[in-house]
Write a protein that binds this ligand. Structure first.
Ligand code: ATP
Ligand code: MN
Length: 477
């Protein structure tokens, strides 16, 4: 008999059918009720054992965490909380779990404790729910782009261009670290390295995605990116996944429309397809917030917040307007910002972004037309000569979730910009070629996948929404 998932079983009517099911024991109460879970759903199926029919030694092995196989009859449940249960006729213990040393006890564990047990933490309801939502989001993202005529491009993980400028990079090298070959001036001779040049792990697939957009029209990447930034925050990972659409002939307005529509649709997908997990995560958050002072609690519960984002327009505000708002804001006047806003041109810190989103506008905000000086070289210069067609999307509780721009498509302007910043044209000759052969307006953005998962699940730390987080001083597992 083919075994069925617990998700399937719980959605069938009881009809006295014989079923086989595999899973891990959550709890075994009164030598009679096994709560069994197989990961297919948040919910456990109750398996009722008539202990007189089973060997005592066998039942002793049915402890929390053990893997078991059950055959039995699906019947209408006598107990509350479930419609069906299994009347067990055969029970096999596939893998025992020592109750004295199994770290995941049927009680509440702190997220910090579970981070140390990242190989087992997905057996908790919280992490299983988060990872199922993560998977659903990933599917929704591919689905959105495929449905809308985008092609998925796999941009390289190892990159030879060091001009991407989005952060510190991890070097990729096969040179003998203890005795690397040296040039006459004492520097490392990368000509002898694997690729004959210095290479790193990519910080973004954008530049390569641009080349594909200029042929396939609408493309997107969805892959791992790496940043060796030593920022130990709850929003930064050293290895994270990024979604980067790039679209030929789109200007910044079209880029903003795309980003907004895209985010709303993937959130809607999760609202429709992950109801149980979201309800569980919402309750988890409510319980957690009970321990906090009133002022720190969020105004909306998780599902309400997701619906709000999916149903309302994002507020679009220029950097210049935002600076005015911030300059005149109460925290700025009362010197409550760690970085006071004094003049136009300063980069916004997350305290400013969060003020705009959480206090002033109370909704997601798209900031656009940033000062050229604080943004990357490839962003299109505006007619004013001092701002660029950049846009960041800011989310409540998260801060920046998307960074994007219309790209500079004019060869001379781009060359000038690179010269001013000391970026060698030889490093990016192929990128400049795009501006020589059939150049056109084009735009794109990068969305940090884990920040989206963070928002959607209501979790507070980015380390808890990726299976095995990579952060400074941490690469166990
Ligand atoms: P931040 O200012 O938050 O460090 P950034 O300006 O460095 O972000 P971009 O280079 O624009 O970010 O990258 C695009 C998106 O990738 C960001 O909007 C964010 O969602 C995500 N992101 C950037 N750095 C990280 C990181 N270290 N860990 C996880 N996500 C990240
Ligand atoms: Mn950064």
């Amino acid at each position: 008999m083919k075994s069925k998932s617990i998700k399937e079983l719980l959605s069938t009517d009881f009809n006295l059918q014989e079923v086989t099911v595999n899973g891990w024991v959550k709890t075994f109460r009164s030598n009679r009720f096994i709560a069994l879970n197989d990961g297919s759903t948040l919910n456990n199926i109750q398996c009722v054992v008539d202990f007189e029919n089973f060997d005592e030694a066998l039942l002793r092995k049915v402890s929390t965490g053990a893997a078991i196989k059950i055959k039995g009859t699906l019947v209408e449940s006598q107990g509350r909380g479930q419609t069906v249960e299994i009347q067990v006729s055969e029970l096999e213990v596939l893998g025992t779990s020592d109750p004295d040393t199994y770290p995941i006890q049927p009680k509440k564990h702190s997220l910090e404790f579970l981070r140390e047990k990242a190989h087992l933490r997905v057996r908790t309801n919280t992490f299983a729910a988060v990872m199922r939502v993560r998977s659903a989001l990933s599917f929704a993202i591919h689905n959105y782009f495929q449905k809308n005529g985008f092609y998925n491009v796999h941009t390289p993980i190892i990159t030879g261009s060091d001009a991407e400028g989005a952060g510190e990079m991890f070097r990729v090298s096969t040179l003998d670290q203890k005795k690397p070959p040296l040039n006459e001036d004492g520097s490392i001779n990368f000509k002898e390295d694997f690729f004959g040049k210095e290479t790193n792990l990519t910080v973004s697939g954008q530049l390569e995605a641009e080349t594909y957009a200029m042929a396939l029209g609408k493309v997107y990447t969805f892959g791992p990116t790496f940043r060796a930034e030593n920022s130990n925050t709850s929003r930064h990972l050293a290895e994270f996944w990024m979604i980067e659409p790039e679209v030929a002939f789109n200007d910044l307005d079209a880029n903003m429309d795309l980003a907004e529509d895209f985010i709303k649709e993937v959130i809607t997908y999760v609202l429709e397809n992950c109801q149980e997990d979201l309800q569980f995560l919402e309750q988890r958050l409510l319980d957690e917030e009970k321990t906090k002072p009133q002022a720190e609690r969020s105004a909306m519960a998780l599902i309400e917040k997701l619906k709000f984002v999916a149903d309302n327009n994002f507020k679009r505000v220029s950097y210049t307007e935002a600076i005015d708002i911030l300059k005149n804001s109460t925290p700025n006047k009362k010197k409550k910002f760690q970085y006071p806003i004094e003049e136009w041109g300063t980069d916004l810190q997350s305290e400013h972004e969060r003020y705009l989103v959480e206090k002033h506008f109370n909704c997601p905000v798209i900031l656009f037309d940033y000062p050229a000086k604080i943004k990357a070289f490839y962003m299109r210069l505006n007619e004013d000569g001092k701002t660029v067609r950049a846009m960041d999307i800011l989310f409540p509780g998260i801060g920046e979730i998307v960074g994007g721009s219309q790209r500079e498509e004019r060869l001379e302007v781009l060359q000038e910009k690179m010269k001013a910043l000391g970026i060698d044209e030889k490093e990016l000759w192929w990128y400049l070629d795009l501006r020589k052969f059939g150049s056109a307006v084009h735009s794109g953005f990068g969305l940090g996948f884990e920040r989206l998962v963070l928002f959607t699940t209501g979790m507070g730390n980015i380390r808890d929404v990726i299976p095995f987080p990579r952060t400074p001083q941490n690469a166990e597992f």
